[in-house]
Design a binder for this molecule. Structure first.
Ligand code: SAH
Length: 193
């Protein structure tokens, strides 16, 4: 199968993801920060994840990773497109539900409210679930051992090293309400984990 199909899908998914995020990034920058749990690790983790996001874009325009190319097959391509689509849909819905409470890093904003409805009803990190779906989709669509899994690996590192600190921040801010929310929800997969 022609690698051009993968190129078109990877480019389209990246553009949609950036378009979903853009207005939220804009708004978030203008909201006052009232609590900051970034610490020293967060900027490093964010840079690593950002790098992992850009590697597939480099693959689109340069032969730098041609040493790791393999043949694209229809089944992984089809499953990958489905995961990409599911991830982007959940990414949009979690942004809509989180609204002005979203921020790129571990921060509390002025007037921060705890969201427990919509896609936040059964899992407490649906945006991270969305990014896992997206990055798994990318790994299947992009036929390159290096560029394909790059975002899955770097986002996975960010998730693993961030999630407990994020929950500690939310517990410190919202106390019993967040503890109760943690008891009735799972982290990423409804009813499983
Ligand atoms: N972990 C969540 C949100 C990611 S955005 C998810 O995967 O869907 C990260 C920021 O969102 C955190 O720094 C925190 O400020 C905020 N946040 C996370 N969960 C929240 C919730 N349930 N209600 C309100 N804000 C939340």
């Amino acid at each position: 199968m022609s690698v051009w199909i993968a190129r078109v899908v990877v480019l389209a998914a990246s553009v949609v993801m950036i378009a979903i995020r853009a207005p939220h990034g804009q708004r978030s920058r203008n909201l006052e920060v009232t609590g900051d749990w970034k610490g020293k690790l967060e900027p490093v983790l964010l840079s690593v994840a950002m790098l992992g996001f850009f590697v597939p874009l480099v693959w689109l325009v340069s032969p730098a990773f041609s040493f790791a190319e393999y043949r694209l097959r229809p089944l992984p391509l089809a499953i990958g497109i489905a995961l990409y689509a599911a991830g982007l849909r959940l990414f949009k819905r979690s942004h809509d539900d989180l609204g002005r409470n979203w921020s790129i890093t571990l921060q509390i904003r002025a007037g921060h409210e705890l969201v427990t409805d919509g896609v936040y009803r059964t899992v407490r990190h649906p945006m991270y679930s969305a990014l896992f779906l997206y990055s798994l989709g990318q790994m299947l669509v992009l036929p390159n051992w290096f560029a394909g899994p790059s975002y899955l690996v770097t986002f996975g590192i960010l998730f693993l090293l961030r999630v407990r600190r994020e929950e500690a921040m939310m517990t410190s801010e919202f106390g019993e309400a967040y503890r109760a929310y943690m008891k009735r929800t799972r982290r990423l997969i409804p009813h499983v984990w």
